[in-house]
Design a protein. Structure first.
Length: 134
């Protein structure tokens, strides 16, 4: 699952669309492997409000939710927030880690496995305005 939040976006609308798509994608994989999520936060996108951070935390701590989430951002403050969030939500079912680039996040998400060939294409598409892509 790839989602990117670009500069100048509408924070509330963007976060709502991505959380809805993320929940649906995780439900589809409920009995299989954990969902792998690449989140790319481009400079200039509004930061999530406390209520959106609470909604993300609720989703990540929902019973049965299983995911590996790599967050790519060049923002040091956002990586700091993601690191703190990871302390609270990372466990055997959810693993969250911030990275400085989408390539680093991809490598963390897939390890020794070969990442899907379309991953770079999906990142390029979402960074130019296409929304969440499962």
């Amino acid at each position: 699952f790839v989602c990117a939040l670009g500069g100048g976006g509408d924070g509330d609308a963007d976060f709502a669309a991505h959380l809805e798509a993320l929940g649906a994608a995780e439900e589809a994989l409920r009995d299989g492997e954990p969902l792998r999520v690449l989140v790319v936060l481009a400079p200039g996108h509004p930061l999530p409000t406390p209520s959106w951070r609470a909604r993300v935390r609720t989703l990540l701590t929902r019973e049965g939710f299983r995911a590996r989430i790599g967050v790519a951002t060049t923002s040091k403050p956002i990586r700091g927030v993601m690191t703190a969030l990871a302390w609270f939500v990372s466990d055997a079912h959810v693993q969250l880690a911030p990275h400085t680039s989408w390539e680093a996040a991809r490598d963390w998400l897939f390890g020794d496995e070969i990442a899907p060939a379309r991953l770079g294409e999906l990142v390029d598409r979402v960074l130019v305005g296409v929304t969440a892509t499962p």
